[in-house]
Design a protein around this ligand. Structure first.
Ligand code: FAD
Length: 413
């Protein structure tokens, strides 16, 4: 039986470990936290996942929370004007539902399932020296440790990483008590509120320990008026500031939020990181090789909600590459080919995310405006969150956007 070590128990590491386990591999999973520590810890993400990524989980019978998590049927976009009005406001319908399950719930649950199914779970924050030793004891070492310190083993790929500093200051609050959404009370949606030059507010339903909740997620342009959460220690202060900024920049969202309270004492998060693509193979001091997974090698800003989706897609792609490799050696050429196959999909998420971090060009603003009256345009943009490769066809290039809008108007798109 082939022995594989997975380092890091997040979306990609757990999905891959459980998937490999179901194929009969002998898997050791190394996590720097126990399931209970994850459960009792701070929120980590907003983790909204779209159809393709959710389907990869379903394929492995891992959609444990699907019947409890809110069904996200749409994706809305609003653009705020300087007078705090909302000249652009629409919602596109998703072809398949999206869902967000608090990663504290999901990762703790998956970790326990992995152990119950006979997997070897080691609670230890792996260092490079550990990996040096383990690379000799295992057929393959996969590093799925997110944006932690182990990324230092993987060199930054400058040709695929246009940014050298964080592009947004992130601030998250999980709340209960958000009022119904007047625009479409009959279904749930992720709502992106763009405040030009200032940042974005995302509001999305999620499932946490205490049931259904909503997430208020500000993405602030660094140095701007939303970049004010860094030193705040008290969660109540974090929530007050979140709401103050909503009242000022997105009063239509604030109107629903006047009675909210935090879901728990660890329901807030603030931070920032630089979007980075890395070379996928880490070379250990003793000569061994390790393969980077998901955020370790492709960490995009969450402005487009692609990270967990890409992590799921990466786990599914790596699983297939490992299984189809049979008993052959996991050598450097295989590692590179395995990453290249994933990059074929991840590059679209990266290109689109990096584009959305820059101020929107005129033709994109035109398209957002047109989506108010052309439902197919709203729907197509919404479904791009599931399959960002489609943006090549109508988003980046002004001539393609124009041709697409003309075709929708003529009824030929
Ligand atoms: C504020 C915010 C909002 C987001 N919203 C979304 C969204 O709506 N949709 C979406 O798709 N993505 C979103 N993302 C991104 C998404 O959360 C990540 O991209 C995704 O979790 C990455 O999965 P991963 O498996 O690569 O890493 P992670 O999920 O980060 O897991 C890595 C794990 O490795 C562990 N670890 C670290 N170092 C070590 C070590 N040395 N030894 C052992 N274990 C270690 C960590 O504790 C962690 O458990 C968001 C991110 C943030 C920060």
């Amino acid at each position: 039986m082939r022995k594989i070590l997975v380092v890091g128990a997040g979306q990609s590491g757990l999905q891959l470990a459980l998937g490999l386990q179901s194929h009969g591999y002998e898997i050791t999973l190394m996590s720097n936290r126990t399931a209970d520590e994850i459960r009792c810890g701070r929120v980590m993400s907003t983790q909204c996942m779209f159809h393709t990524a959710l389907q990869h989980e379903r394929d492995l019978q891992l959609g444990f929370w699907e019947s409890q998590a809110p069904r996200v049927e749409g994706l809305g976009v609003s653009v705020a004007a300087p007078d705090s009005s909302r000249p652009v406001d629409w919602v596109g319908m998703l072809d398949g539902i999206a869902q967000s399950v608090d990663q504290r719930v999901k990762m703790a649950g998956w970790m326990e399932t992995f152990a119950q199914r006979g997997g070897q779970l080691v609670i230890h924050g792996a260092a490079v020296s550990d990996l040096d030793y383990f690379s000799r004891a295992y057929d393959l070492v996969l590093v799925s440790a997110g944006k932690g310190e182990l990324v230092a083993m993987f060199a930054r790929d400058a040709s695929r990483s246009p940014y050298t500093v964080p592009q947004r200051a992130l601030s998250v609050a999980y709340v209960h008590g958000l009022g119904p959404r007047p625009e479409h009370p009959e279904f749930d949606a992720v709502r992106c509120n763009l405040v030009p030059g200032v940042g974005e507010l995302f509001v999305m339903p999620t499932l946490t320990f205490t049931g259904r909740a909503d997430i208020l997620f500000w993405e602030g342009v660094p140095g701007g008026p939303l970049d004010v959460f860094q030193g705040i220690k008290d969660p109540a202060d974090h929530l007050s500031l979140t709401l103050e900024l909503m009242e000022r920049y997105t009063p239509w969202e604030y109107a629903r939020a006047t009675k909210v309270e935090l879901t728990d004492a660890n329901a807030t998060l603030a931070g920032r990181y630089t979007p980075t693509v890395r070379h996928p193979i880490g070379r250990l001091p003793g000569g061994g090789l390790v393969l980077g997974v998901a955020d370790v090698v492709v960490a995009n800003d969450p402005v487009t909600g692609q990270g967990s989706n890409s992590a799921s897609k990466c786990a599914a792609s790596y699983l297939d590459s490992i299984v189809s490799h049979g008993d052959r050696e996991f050598d450097e050429a295989w590692m590179q080919a395995t990453f290249d196959r994933h990059w074929e999909s991840a590059r679209h998420a990266t290109k689109w995310t990096n584009a959305m971090l820059a101020p929107p060009p005129e033709h994109v603003l035109d398209m957002f405006g047109a989506a108010c009256r052309l439902q197919p345009v709203a729907d197509r943009f919404a479904n791009g969150f599931d399959d960002p490769s489609d943006f090549e066809n109508f988003f980046y290039d002004a001539a393609k956007t124009e041709a697409y809008l003309a075709a929708v108007c003529e009824g030929t798109a």
